[in-house]
Design a protein around this ligand. Sequence first.
Ligand code: GLN
Length: 541
Amino acid sequence: MQAGTKYIFVTGGVVSSLGKGIISSSLANLLKARGYRVTIQKFDPYINIDPGTLNPYEHGECYVTADGHEADLDLGHYERFTDIQTSRANNVTTGRIYQSVIDKERRGDYLGKTVQIIPHITDEIKRNVKLLGNTGKFDFVITEIGGTVGDIESLPFIESVRQLKWDLGDDCICVHLTYMPFIKAAQELKTKPTQHSVKMLQEAGIQPDILVLRTEKEIPAEMRRKIALFCNVQPDAVIQCIDAPSIYEVPMLMHEQHIDELVLRKAGMKVDGEPDMEPWKRFLSRMNNASGTVTIGLVGKYVELQDAYKSIDEALFQAATYNGVKLDLRFVHSEKVNGGNVDELLADMDGVIVAPGFGQRGIEGKFVALKWCREHDVPTFGICLGMQCMVIEFARNVLGMAEANSTEMNPTTPYNVIDLMEEQKSISNMGGTMRLGAYTCRLKEDSRAAKAYGSTEVNERHRHRFEFNGDYRERFETAGMRCVGENPETGLVEVVELPDKRWFIGTQYHPEYSSTVLHPNPIFIDFVSAAIAYRKEKGVK
Ligand code: GLN
């Protein structure tokens, strides 16, 4: 192992959804601002090999790394908060651990031994925990353990952390995140769930070094001392994480309670000066001084799910902030849009995004919304399936191909304007087999997209099986839909636009995945700026 690499483990207790990802990201943000090289990885206790085959109803959005891994959405937070790219190595599931152990067993690597959770599964977990640290590229490796302490399925991970504490000694720090409920009737914050959760960790052999407490109300100093006493930690290592209006406030809230110093001290490192949070603070000041609003409609089929379009939501928020306005994001359920209500549903939108997705459900509503947007010349952005729907709607209503479709929705359509990619035709396994990860896209110099990016070459991430069918390219171009972006190696069409509209662009790739707080994606900035201009034109304040 690389001498000097420090390992920070973040576990959670009491309930799920406390925001371990945000705490890990905030800590990484502060350590990076102190000049350290940091990476964050997530270990998920479920048996799926990766979340790529999971329905968004299960775990929200599937995030895609530049190297083409379908990952947990927390990796999106890691990248947005730190501006450091993650990779396949940053997200490991129980499924991947078992797969690798079973492969070794089949190869005969265990030389006739009985293969067991301890030591074989835990050894494999520990090997994976140390993979990134062993590259020598990082001073800190933060490992977020998914799930809640006490879950049966998290046990091998918790046991591995216990063992690692012995291997790593002072190079290992455990942060435990818990919840302080506020009982309204008694007007009291309660410490008991935290005590129980820490006790459960201790029973598993882990003494947390730092406790972070999610709370709706300020936790009085006296109560923090009590928690320190019961949970066997230093009083200054009990940190409150109070509900903030924006997740992007959390790094500063953590810094005010010296979490970064605490980590450095626990790791036996010198605490030198302050982290350079100036760029981050400039973003916060833009966020808090934003005036005016931009109303964006997001048309998709998972609108009742807060996390289903997480990266799009965050990319829009970042872009609105950079444009100096507040984002009013309205979710429009694609299954509910029809010719009779589209006017009413979209009338207030300054811009519309048509979301990515898979399958037939809600697709017809997307066509209705796109037709309306095109005819009303509303700034419109289609992402992945959204772009494919732009192409299909244009074929149906402008090119007169009424039955045009994607072969994903109708394999026997007479006009397969969106078709399965050649390399996909022989693939039958669903997991990890799409066109995934970052590819170069060359943009026409005179396109709106190139203007938005300020460049004719971009590198964006993909996640799809179907593509624009090049056989139809000329007919689209002649009728006014330009194919302005293509992959220089394969000629695949990646970006289409309608130049005679205010802003009407579809991207086969997902620009939302590469948008970060300090570097929001330029195409989102340009889209939001077009929506703001349109709002002004309409005379809306
Ligand atoms: N279902 C489409 C395809 O596979 C689009 C995928 C997406 O929107 N991510 O090509």
